[in-house]
Design a protein around this ligand. Structure first.
Ligand SMILES: NC(=O)c1ccc[n+]([C@@H]2O[C@H](COP(=O)([O-])OP(=O)(O)OC[C@H]3O[C@@H](n4cnc5c(N)ncnc54)[C@H](O)[C@@H]3O)[C@@H](O)[C@H]2O)c1
Length: 397
């Protein structure tokens, strides 16, 4: 069974590497996605963008025939059922609206929109048009995070007390060497900013792994005031490049008996201005009454209550403990697959075989909401409650 996908933004970092090469091309190479009835679903992409030359180059390198620089004519082709968007955050709403109007099922990168109101509007429009909709929530499919989720489901932690997340690395300013990220990331007017970018991830990661986010406190910063863009021009960084946040989660554990009502306290640093001294670019530590775990992108280590050391504070002696050796690696249940590809396969099955898919536009709107409230908390220097968002009638999960 062929399924046509209009892929917009495949000349960009995410569109090319994660969505085209590691997902759609990989799915084609493995012979498609197997459906419950035994048939195989084979994605047939058309690459759409602004530079035909660049699109032809990419298509040629990956055995793809169809390219176009005319989005509207692609959307008018009834033979392609899905529209995918990995263009700039600021361009997404317009593209997605046009795709909904054309009756396409839609899958797109996060954040779904620059504001919660626009994100909810897209979700409702997609429901009204009875098209299927999904947003990338790739971190949930990382092996390290899946192991963490398994530990939560197994009750390994006892009562979860706190979660600490460290995300980030040094993004070069672009002067003595090129920056590793596109310059629009550092311009608010172009949809940039680490809060909008990363809180969209932290929302689904926390909601789905530990419990729903109910409050946020955030201090942002623009630590690097000017940077140099792709053309060598110095520009003013108008967007935040660092966020120091605390979240409160309603944990799965109900009343905790500790006077905290079972809430989980989360501290999360998101920084494009930090040098890495940890195991991975994202590291999450969970501490519970019965055990703790530290997860990276692929790995997860645990320390049970029984294995917990009893250190004694004594600065007069060299530290006798090798704390790192006291953790135990969680085994991989299976050979890990690319997180983006795993989610693509779920979405394709959702479209073709109506299998459930919880990562819809209403979920995407929650990510935008957390970013928006994080920015508000920073501006007003106060805690902000995160109210529940409405869900669509047809929303699943
Ligand atoms: N899931 C993740 O982990 C993750 C990571 C990074 C970025 N993202 C998201 O992916 C999206 C793309 O980010 P990126 O880092 O790949 O950016 P990028 O700048 O590398 O790529 C942007 C793409 O959009 C195209 N584009 C730019 N302006 C356009 C316009 N006006 N009209 C149509 N197309 C236009 C570019 O040609 C390019 O193909 C963003 O929304 C970002 O938030 C997600």
């Amino acid at each position: 069974m062929r399924i046509g996908i209009i892929m917009n933004g495949v000349t960009g970092r995410m569109g090319l590497n994660q969505h085209l090469v590691r997902s759609i091309v990989a799915i084609r190479e493995q012979g498609g996605v197997r459906l419950a009835g035994g048939e195989r679903l084979l994605p047939d992409p058309i690459l759409v963008g602004r530079s035909e030359e660049r699109l032809r180059e990419i298509a040629g390198a990956h055995g793809i025939e169809r390219v176009s620089t005319d989005l509207d004519s692609c959307l008018a082709n009834a033979a392609d059922a899905i529209y995918f968007d990995a263009t700039l955050t600021s361009a997404r709403v317009d593209h997605v609206r046009r795709a909904i109007a054309a009756g396409k099922h839609i899958y797109c990168e996060k954040p779904l929109a620059p504001t919660t109101a626009e994100a909810l509007d897209l979700a409702r429009a997609a429901e009204r048009a009875k098209v299927k909709h999904g947003v990338v929530q790739d971190k949930l499919f990382l092996p390290g995070i899946r192991k963490l989720k398994q530990l939560v489901d197994d009750g390994f932690f006892g009562r979860i007390l706190s979660v600490r997340g460290e995300f980030g690395y040094w993004v070069f300013e672009g002067d003595d060497q090129p920056a590793q990220r596109p310059s629009w990331n550092y311009r608010k007017e172009d949809g940039g900013g680490i809060i909008l970018d990363m809180f969209a991830h932290w929302r689904y990661l926390l909601d789905h792994t530990f419990g729903g986010v109910t409050a946020v406190h955030c201090t942002g910063a623009t630590h690097i005031p000017t940077r140099v863009d792709e053309d060598g021009r110095r520009y003013t960084a108008t967007a935040d490049d660092a966020a120091y946040a605390t979240f409160v989660l309603k944990g799965p554990q109900g009343g905790g008996g500790g006077g905290d009502g079972g809430d989980i306290i989360v501290q999360f640093n998101s920084l494009w201005t930090v040098r890495v001294y940890r195991d991975d670019l994202l590291q999450i530590q969970v501490d519970g009454t019965l055990g703790s775990a530290v997860a990276g992108l692929r790995t997860c280590k645990t320390q049970s209550r029984a294995a917990t050391p009893r250190p004694v504070w004594n600065p007069d002696e060299p530290n006798p403990f090798d704390f790192y050796r006291q953790w135990e690696e969680v085994r991989d249940a299976a050979e890990p697959d690319n997180a983006f590809k795993v989610q693509w396969e779920l979405f394709l099955r959702h479209v073709a075989a109506d299998e459930p898919f919880v990562h819809d536009f209403f979920e995407g709107a929650k990510g935008v909401q957390l970013a928006e409230l994080g920015l508000k908390s920073w501006a007003e220097r106060r805690w902000i409650d995160v109210p529940p968002l409405p869900k669509g009638e047809g929303a699943r999960g």
